[in-house]
Ligand binder design. Structure first.
Ligand code: C2E
Ligand code: CA
Ligand code: CA
Ligand code: CA
Length: 302
């Protein structure tokens, strides 16, 4: 449960140690093809794990959902973070079976959690299929997964088997996916939308021409990247930019989740700007499934 914090601390406090560790995975001790073989092995032998970071309503503190984040616990080593192996998984195509596992696991955890909750209050008519009808689960999707022609059918099938309402799933996609602007991705997104799945643009603002996507893609949620959130209390330009994104999204009926909230000042400023939802170490680090369930039962973080 504290692995993320420990790693974060190690990352910021001991860059050299981190770097040494990083080197041992991607070069030096471990060759790329060894990483690939180890990843293949993990795919076959259920060798991955998910941790969950709560997404919280900034005004009430209520937990509205969780983001599933992938971990690779290697026996005898420190748990590997996705930043280190996802690029290799994408290049080798292994992200496709890994992504299928993530979706299946995240949905089945959410099904189990929901069973332990009192029935959700019926959603207001204007909120049907949106926040309010039970906690949602966010799952990250790589561009490479969309290139797999079976992707949308796979999502549909996994959702149906889980029995969850499709609106309980929020797929997080990055702007790099949209950058290609190819017609297939457009139809895939429209199809997911038809199923009732909700779509988020992840790391909003770090890519290109983000604003154009808001015009003609079926986007439900923007996740404002941490790089914009950090420093809103001390830098007026950041403050103005984030406030602008929030104000812009309001009439478009796009929800905002601010990422990487680490200080009380950031939380307060975001709430005052009208940002409804947030996640970050201030609220909670990613936790294992049992801790996530306990949070949901309480309905709040502590
Ligand atoms: P992301 O989607 O932007 O996820 C947020 C990342 O920020 C997570 O890192 C999370 O642990 C970290 N984080 C959360 N709050 C804070 C905070 O307050 N401060 C700081 N400094 N960091 C915070 P993580 O788990 O290492 O994941 C990194 C990236 O790997 C994710 O970025 C996402 O792009 C990718 N990823 C994670 N899981 C999956 C997955 O299942 N599939 C795919 N395709 N990509 C994944
Ligand atoms: Ca994400
Ligand atoms: Ca993000
Ligand atoms: Ca980010």
């Amino acid at each position: 449960r504290h692995a993320d914090l420990a790693l974060y601390a190690a990352k910021s406090a001991g860059k050299r140690r981190w770097r040494h560790y990083h080197d041992s995975l991607t070069s030096g001790m471990m060759q790329r093809r060894e990483v690939q073989a180890a990843l293949e092995d993990a795919v076959k032998n259920d060798g991955f794990a998910l941790v969950y970071q709560p997404i919280v309503a900034l005004d009430s503190g209520e937990i509205v959902g969780f983001e599933a984040l992938l971990r690779w616990p290697r026996p005898g080593h420190r748990t590997v973070l996705p930043g280190e192996f996802i690029p290799i998984a994408e290049e080798t195509g292994l992200i496709v079976p890994i992504g299928e596992w993530v979706l299946k696991q995240a949905l089945s955890d959410m099904v189990r959690w929901r069973r332990g909750l009192p029935p959700a209050a019926p959603a207001a008519p204007d909120k049907a299929g949106e926040w309010g009808d039970g906690p949602h689960i966010s799952v990250n999707v790589s561009a490479r997964q969309f290139f797999d022609p079976g992707f949308v059918a796979g999502v549909r099938r996994t959702l149906r088997r889980s029995g969850l309402p499709p609106s309980a799933l929020l797929l997080e996609i990055t702007e790099s996916l949209l950058l290609g602007e190819n017609e297939r991705i457009r139809t895939d997104l429209a199809e997911l939308k038809d199923i009732g799945v909700r779509l988020a643009i992840d790391d909003f603002g770090t890519g290109y021409s983000s604003l154009a996507y808001l015009l003609d893609l079926p986007i439900d949620v923007l996740k404002i990247d941490k790089t914009f959130v950090t420093g809103i209390g001390s830098q007026w330009r950041r403050h103005a930019l984030v406030e602008g994104i929030i104000k812009l999204s309001q009439p478009l009926q796009v929800d905002i989740i601010a990422e990487g909230i680490e200080t009380e000042t950031e939380r307060e400023l975001l709430a005052a700007m009208g940002c409804q939802f947030g996640q970050g170490y201030l609220l909670s680090v990613p936790v294992d499934a049992a801790a996530a369930e306990a949070m949901l039962v309480r309905g709040r973080l502590v």
